[in-house]
Design a binder for this molecule. Structure first.
Ligand code: BG6
Length: 493
């Protein structure tokens, strides 16, 4: 593979967590893989003035922390030479003019530029205004791209306001809206598994599928992000973004080609075809809960309200929705999507249950077939089928075909690493179009609003437990249950 075009990568919020843990190490790994042009430069921006040599020491510290077993010293020498630093104090009215001055030295900085805004969401619009004011978004001397981290707005009106503000200065092709799940190889694989095989697509519809579950559970709690989380909640944090994107890839029609437009157009169509949840029947379609104190891996952990220090919060750490997609392929098929912090297992997967087989044995019939696509921690595809138990009688049991997508020696690439490369290559297929962001807010906004108004105490589940029993209220039929990752055809009980 070739290296990308020479470019300058300008990183706002360079000393923040995302940059330390993901962005700088991700760029290092791209350098190691020979995917960065020899002339490529990285200009980190922070509020303080820091000398270049001191910043280079900081970068070394970030790499030491990320790669404790060591890293290639040849690559390190090359990588550290790419590093520059620019102090942009918020109090300096000429800060962006000075930044422009620094960047205009084409003998140091290639004039293709990617601006990565790893800053507070409330600063996105202001920084774009200032970049444009300084002439830095003008593409006469090279491409200029701006990356906006999640969340893009906190609801539909604020997302539209942000869009209106940044689109005064940027064309859609210059805006890269991140959802880091789209950088995960396992998510990218969904399209390949569906469309690069013949056997799945014919059964991928309401004729064969009973329902689909898209699940993301974590064992972690909200950690030190209590204030952020209490202003956000699980619906905004995970469902509006990562889970709806996973649903879009699972349910979309085949794109006419694998170009960014091809893929994004089909995702937009399917997201827009999701039926709005009827707010007057919310309890049949949406369920929320909060974790209480409990045990994770044998250790006692506090509940959400305790961590927050506020008993009044009705913000959900568990959210489950039932959605229907109003198109011919999915008519009548429920999609149950859920996310939770502090559940008994950390697992992200798509579980598909097929309809009953034409031949039913005995009074109870047999288990239905499941197909499970594991996203994390294990990337795999599993199929459960019924098979005769050898012996004199006719009886079946479930057997599992289980294929790991990952084989020994395969590269493991962090989602950000993949997205950073796409960015400098100008490939925005794994970034969000504004219409996707809007469709996602349109779906979750009415639920968030209804939940915020409902001040009744929220259902509690002990940390480390399985889904709250009460969440089953959203199932369409009595024989549906939350599918877990381990058991064969396992029920929640
Ligand atoms: C983030 C959320 O977007 O995704 C976090 O803000 C969540 O709350 C995280 O923990 C999950 O990402 P991953 O890649 O660890 O599954």
């Amino acid at each position: 593979m070739q290296a990308s075009d020479p470019s300058t990568y300008v990183l706002f919020g360079a000393s923040g967590n995302l940059s330390r843990i993901k962005l700088i190490p991700g760029l290092f790994r791209l350098d190691q893989a020979g995917r960065l042009d020899p002339k490529m430069k990285i200009l980190s921006i922070g509020r303080a003035h820091i000398a270049r040599e001191d910043w280079q020491k900081e970068i070394k510290g970030m790499l030491d922390a990320k790669f404790p077993k060591g890293y290639d010293q040849e690559v390190f020498k090359r990588f550290i030479e790419r590093q520059h630093y620019h102090g942009n104090p918020p109090t300096d009215p000429d800060a962006f003019a000075k930044l422009k001055q620094t960047l205009s030295d084409a003998s140091v900085f290639p004039q293709n530029m990617a601006f990565f805004l790893s800053v507070r969401p409330s600063d996105f619009a202001t920084i774009v205004d200032q970049l444009a004011g300084a002439g830095l978004t003008d593409e006469s001397n090279g491409w200029r791209r701006v990356v906006i981290e999640k969340p893009f707005g906190t609801d539909l009106p604020s997302a539209q306001a942000l869009q209106a503000s940044i689109s005064k200065h940027l064309k859609e092709s210059q805006i890269y809206r991140i959802d880091h799940y789209l950088g995960k190889s396992a998510l990218q694989n969904i399209l390949l598994q569906r469309f690069a095989n013949t056997i799945l697509e014919p059964i991928w519809n309401n004729e064969y599928i009973d329902h689909v579950q898209i699940t993301n559970t974590e064992m972690l709690g909200v950690g030190d992000r209590t204030q952020f989380y209490d202003a956000t909640g699980a619906l905004r944090d995970m469902i509006q973004s990562h889970i709806l994107q996973t649903l879009a890839l699972t349910a979309m029609e085949m794109p006419k080609d694998l170009t960014p437009e091809g893929i994004r157009n089909e995702k937009i169509k399917v997201l827009e075809a999701i039926r709005p949840i009827p707010v007057n029947e919310l309890e049949k379609h949406a369920f929320r809960a909060q974790y209480a104190a409990g045990e994770i891996k044998g250790e006692k952990v506090p509940g959400y309200l305790e961590e927050l220090g506020n008993n009044d919060s009705v913000v959900e750490t568990y959210a489950a929705l039932k959605l229907f997609i109003d198109n011919p392929r999915w008519k009548g098929v429920p999609f149950y999507i859920r996310t939770a912090k502090r559940l008994h297992e950390a697992d992200t997967r798509i579980s598909i249950r097929f309809k009953k087989a034409p031949l039913q044995l005995g009074q109870d019939g047999q288990q239905q077939n499941w197909l499970i696509i594991g996203i994390q921690p294990r990337e795999c595809i599993k199929m459960e089928i019924q098979s005769k138990i050898p012996g004199l009688d006719i009886a079946t049991r479930t057997i599992q075909l289980d294929a790991a997508n990952r084989q020994e020696g395969d590269e493991s690439i962090d989602a950000y690493e993949a997205l950073l490369l796409n960015l400098i290559e100008g490939d925005n297929s794994h970034y969000l179009h504004i219409s996707e962001v809007e469709a996602q807010w349109r779906l979750v906004d009415p639920i968030i609003e209804a939940w915020a108004k409902d001040r009744k105490p929220v259902h509690q589940y002990p940390a480390g437990s399985r889904d709250p029993e009460a969440s089953k209220v959203i199932f369409e039929s009595e024989d549906q249950f939350w599918r877990y990752s381990i058991e064969l055809g396992g029920d929640a009980h």
